[in-house]
Design a protein around this ligand. Structure first.
Ligand code: MSP
Length: 640
């Protein structure tokens, strides 16, 4: 039976330009929604824009627009970006829509009638930028603790929500429901915050100071505080969705960034409780994308990455892939274009793209593209691995560990690649075409399953993978389709230009010439080394026989800290070597990889184990990394 799965993103401020932070939360929500649709759940994804507040009114005035006209125009920026990033939302709510404002007023009135809203004189430090009051002790160096902007002391009469009344209930709720806030350490953070007495929440602003808001229904001199308004969207959207198909309250997941955790985990559930409504089932607080210098990317610090700039360069799906794979959900992650290129080259070009190219090329060359009809071997370890992979992927997605779900799938892709390398159908096809056909059909079937598992992350490219495999491009498949067995027999695979090409390392910004005023005194260039400065001749270099080799098997050597025993394929022969890589790689990580070895090194015994060669690696700090060729090449080739 299909489960309802109602999931939300924050409503983004219309005054912001969409940036990587907004894109991350929304792509995460969309990917999650697509996975759940694949599982057969009845998904409802809500996003939208947060449109009230003085900043919006001021921006509109500067442009000679009414605030509403301004919002109508600016909210479209988000609609456009989401459409380009392939976001399939079910509802886009705007806080200026009557379906929302009506509910905000109803709930305010209900809470007021119940006696949980009262009026009092208030003095506090007000930040115009954040549109929020702070107490003296909240301030950092006398400034707004969030934006670092100036604050002013304001004394005025306002309406307050009795948030403190619900403190005990809230603590109990979080104690009883360990997965109500994920990751768990964020829940502990909230519980820690709740150990201090909770104040009441100022939920009004006098119109004289802030005109662009929802009017307090019983007092036309006031509008309501933006957060009280904006948070209610999650509920108001359930009452009047555009297509009439309403999700049931409570929401299963609110996806938010860690900076808006307090509003979502303290204000919001207490507001709901006062209105007699259930709290959301889960709040997921993700981390921040940080610029290289570990600063949060934000408009005010001017280091924002515009999602579409990168999506235009690398492709929309590749950008989605990077966002989903490189951030461990819940942790901060470093953003750099170099990291994007690294990730796309390793996972998409080398692993997924390479498998697709190999399989379709060989089918095309030797079988006229047609996938042979073969019997599956019930005990085939790849079939077992496929089952285990799909099982784990589902589990990871249910725990919103999308990065882990992707990695699990890629491990499966790597295993298929490894099997193909070992089976070498490009060779066997000459002597045993049937066997080569079996190996290719098996790899194609594995790839079909991996592609379904990656479709929620890459909704445009994966249908193209299906097309290359000769199957219908529809990305909306069923969970049953991930079972091993849907034979591709008789389908015509198509070989073509790589769908996942390699990208060049981006030019480092540091290499760009600096403006004159900043340039440092020029360093004297080092004199070119003379021929006798320890240099070797070309003939000397040629004596070292460097060759490509594929790792067939790897096993840590017991009772040693560092050593691993490898079986390698040197093209014409198989060899064994011992390498000090135990602390840096697991066998799974290196089996199937092509490495570079010194092939003409005198054999040696290391801890009693024979070693016929040496692999090449680089050391950076404590890290040892193996050298591998940039593109897929055959084993045994001479490095020149
Ligand atoms: N309007 C409020 C939310 C109201 S929800 C009822 C708001 N809007 S926002 O436009 O500032 O968008 C906030 C979302 O973007 C948050 O989830 C925030 O964490 C996310 N990000 C903004 N910068 C970010 C990064 N550098 N990295 C990751 N996400 C961050 O807050």
């Amino acid at each position: 039976m299909s489960k309802p799965f109602y999931i939300t993103t924050p409503l983004y401020y219309v005054n912001d330009e969409p940036h990587i932070g907004h894109a991350y939360t929304t792509v995460l929500a969309d990917t999650l929604a697509r996975y759940h649709r694949l599982f057969g759940d009845d998904v409802h994804l809500l996003t939208g824009t947060d449109e009230h507040g003085q900043k919006v009114a001021t921006a509109a005035e500067k442009l000679g627009r009414t605030p509403q006209e301004h919002c109508d125009i600016t909210s479209q920026k988000f609609v456009k970006v989401w459409s380009k990033l392939g976001i399939e939302y079910d509802d886009f709510i705007r806080t200026t829509e009557p379906r929302h404002t009506k509910i905000v007023q109803q709930i305010l009135q209900q809470i007021y009638d119940a006696g949980d809203i009262y009026k009092k004189d208030y003095e506090g430090w007000y930040s115009v930028f954040e549109e929020q009051f702070f107490t003296e002790k909240d301030l950092v160096d006398g400034k707004d603790p969030i934006s670092g902007r100036p604050v002013e002391l304001i004394r005025e009469t306002n309406y307050f929500f009795k948030m403190s009344k619900y403190q005990d209930w809230l603590i109990e709720h979080y104690e009883k429901n360990p997965d109500s806030i994920v990751p768990g350490f964020r829940r502990n953070e909230v519980l820690g915050f709740l150990r201090e007495p909770l104040g009441d929440l100022c939920i009004s602003r006098p119109k004289a100071r802030l005109s662009w808001g929802i009017e307090i229904p019983w007092d036309s001199e006031y509008v309501t505080y933006v957060w009280f308004d904006a948070l209610l969207n999650y509920y108001s959207a359930t009452l009047a969705p555009p297509d009439g198909k309403s999700p049931a309250w409570p929401a299963q997941y609110h996806l938010i960034g860690k900076d808006i955790l307090t509003t979502h985990s303290v204000y919001w559930p207490t507001m709901l409780k006062a209105a007699g409504l259930e709290p959301p089932e889960h709040i997921l607080a993700h981390g921040w994308w940080l610029a290289k210098d570990a600063a949060k990317m934000s408009k005010s610090s001017g280091n924002v990455v515009k999602p579409l700039d990168l999506a235009d360069v690398y492709g929309m799906d590749s950008f989605r892939y990077f966002l989903m794979r490189d951030m461990v959900v819940g942790q901060d992650a470093n953003f750099s274009e170099e990291n994007v290129v690294k990730r796309l080259n390793s996972d998409l070009a080398n692993d997924l793209g390479n498998l697709l190219n190999r399989v379709t090329k060989l089918l095309d060359q030797h079988f006229g593209g047609v996938v042979p009809d073969v019997e599956w071997d019930d005990e085939d370890p790849l079939v077992e691995l496929s089952k285990a992979t799909t099982h784990k992927v589902k589990q990871f997605v249910e725990d919103i560990q999308i990065h882990a779900a992707i990695e699990e799938t890629l491990q499966f892709v790597r295993a298929i690649n490894r099997d193909i390398t070992e089976a070498a159908p490009w060779t066997t096809v000459k002597t045993d075409k049937e066997q080569a056909g079996r190996d290719l059909a098996r790899a194609a079937e594995g790839l079909r399953i991996a592609a379904i598992l990656l479709a929620p992350v890459m909704p445009v490219m994966i249908p193209q993978v299906f097309e290359r495999l000769g199957v219908e491009a529809d990305p909306h498949r069923n969970w049953d389709d991930v079972e091993w067995g849907e034979k591709l027999a008789g389908r015509t695979a198509k070989y073509g230009d790589p769908l996942f090409p390699r990208h060049k390392k981006p030019e480092s910004p540091e290499a760009a010439p600096k403006p004159k005023s900043e340039s440092k005194p020029k360093k004297q260039p080092k004199p070119a080394p003379k021929a006798d400065d320890g240099l070797i001749s070309f003939d000397e270099f040629k004596r070292v026989d460097l060759r490509t080799a594929v790792v067939l098997a790897a096993e840590p050597i017991e009772d040693t800290d560092k050593l691993m025993q490898l079986q390698i394929d040197l093209g014409t022969e198989k060899r064994q070597l011992v390498a000090g890589i135990k602390q840096h790689y697991t066998p799974e990580q290196i089996v199937g990889k092509t490495i570079i070895v010194v092939a003409n090194l005198q054999p040696a015994k290391i801890r009693g184990v024979k070693s016929q060669g040496m692999l090449l690696a680089v050391r950076e700090g404590d890290n040892l990394r193996l050298l591998t060729p940039m593109d897929q090449v055959s084993p045994g080739l001479r490095v020149s």
